[in-house]
Design a protein around this ligand. Structure first.
Ligand code: UD1
Length: 421
């Protein structure tokens, strides 16, 4: 297992282009199962989660190439509808193949994802939605087994906003008979990217980008091309890297509208952040930040995927901050590790209460999940002395060469390949 060695204390400076979004990419790749032909998806990030999705598509019979961040998927030769536990356990987003397989082939056997590092993550909305669309669904030996002659349109009213359930049921409904309505649909930019891709394939969808999606099912979709949107979580993580090191960084290829809640919080905290339609510049060189409470919520609210990074920043911000995660109530495994670096953070229910300290000091810390790892890297960049972040395979699931990007901005960070950890 690899680790990162970080010598903290260098202000980041420079300009960087943001990679394609992991969460968009996984949905776009799964959507290629809805047609028969060659699909091209550009700006695909090279990440372990993307490799897992490509392996899953290959297991279903797809051919693919992946060159220079361009993936081509040949969905002509899909010859089975089985998503095995061995792949699904590596990545919960594998559940995205359920809707497309069922819609196109009338059958799917997909391993039920288990819990995750920060507690239960149910897929009841996916299952209930498909049942409402007429599918016969059972859970046997850890697998969801779904069958249908043809999915039927339905009115799907989500009690809570779910990115995964919206994506899965959107992909299921594009080939269903009749007009499906999804109420309280997730409005995340990754869902909009998916909906636009489905439109490119010939799907009839209205209300894209709003909480009410109307999908008029068609008999067949054709192969199509799409560009993956930039990764707003990677962008937000690098903005915080600049803020926590008192640096000045420009991000290229990133629309501010996808990061509005993060940019606004950084501005409220006192950072100088300027935006154009496709770039964001943060100058934190001469500012002293003030605590800003956050409550995570669905888009356009502050993303749960940026909660751990925000806590890292607030841990060295004078004053007391409360960070509440309303989406994943237990997503705080980074907190004890940040405290090992000298942070002063307490957890009360789904709140982290952070008392800003003057400085963090380097230590060995352990990654526990993807975004928790990112927060440890950020803290290491600010800490005095050397920080070792162990088990960075969590980070590799969702960040494309983060250490190289940070190095190019002047950070002293190196990857050490090893087996010891
Ligand atoms: C997606 C993102 C993940 C992000 C999360 C929330 C991908 C691949 N992953 O995950 O990075 O942290 O959105 O923004 O895009 N829920 C249910 N029943 C369901 C489905 C969800 O109760 O059937 C709950 C979840 O427990 C959670 C909330 O709904 O509390 C939102 O989860 P959801 O948006 O579905 O997360 P994912 O799609 O799994």
């Amino acid at each position: 297992m690899d680790k990162f060695l970080i010598q903290g204390g260098t202000a980041l400076r420079g300009e960087i282009a943001v990679s394609g979004a992991k969460n968009a990419s996984l949905a776009l790749l799964a959507a290629t199962l809805l047609n028969s032909g060659i699909n091209t998806i550009s700006n695909t990030p090279r990440l372990n989660d993307v490799s897992t999705m490509l392996k899953l598509l290959a297991q279903l019979g797809c051919g693919y190439t992946f060159t220079n961040n361009i993936v081509t998927i040949d969905s002509v030769s899909v010859d089975n509808q089985f998503a095995p536990y061995e792949l699904v356990k590596k990545m919960r987003a594998s559940i995205y193949v359920l809707g497309p397989l069922l819609a196109r082939y009338g059958y799917a056997k997909v391993s039920l994802p288990g819990g995750c590092a920060w507690g239960p993550r149910p897929v009841n909305l996916h299952i209930e939605g498909l049942r409402k669309m007429g599918a016969e669904l059972t859970v046997e030996n850890g697998y969801i087994i779904a069958k249908t002659k043809r999915l039927q349109a339905a009115k799907l009213n989500f009690d809570i906003s779910s990115v995964g359930a919206t994506g899965n049921l959107l992909m299921a409904s594009v080939l269903a008979s009749g007009t499906t309505v999804i109420n309280n649909a997730a409005m995340e930019p990754e869902i909009t990217n998916l909906a636009l891709y489905l439109q490119n394939m010939g799907a009839k969808i209205s209300g894209i980008g709003t909480p009410i999606l109307e999908i008029e099912g068609v008999d067949e979709l054709h192969p199509a091309d799409i560009e993956t949107i930039p990764d707003r979580i990677e962008a937000g993580t690098i903005l915080i890297a600049a803020a926590i090191t008192k640096g000045t960084v420009t991000l290229q290829n990133v629309p501010e509208k996808h990061l509005h809640s993060i940019v606004a919080k950084l501005q409220d905290a006192g950072a100088d952040v300027k935006t154009t339609s496709s770039s964001i510049t943060i100058d934190a060189a001469n500012c002293s930040l003030t605590p800003q409470n956050i409550i995570t919520s669905p888009f356009p609210g502050f993303p749960t995927d940026m909660q751990a990074q925000w806590i890292a920043l607030m841990s060295v911000t004078k004053g007391t901050t409360t960070v509440t995660d309303s989406i994943y109530l237990d997503r705080f495994s980074h907190v004890p590790e940040l405290n090992r670096l000298g942070a002063d953070i307490m957890i009360k229910e789904n709140n982290a209460i952070i008392r800003g300290v003057k400085k963090l000091t380097g230590a060995k810390v352990m990654s526990t999940d993807l975004r928790a790892s990112a927060s440890l890297v950020l803290a290491g960049l600010a800490a005095e002395g050397e920080t070792e972040v162990l088990r960075v395979y969590h980070l590799d699931r969702g960040y494309e060469s983060l250490e190289k990007k940070l190095s190019s901005l002047g950070a002293n960070i190196t990857r050490v390949a090893g087996t010891e950890y």
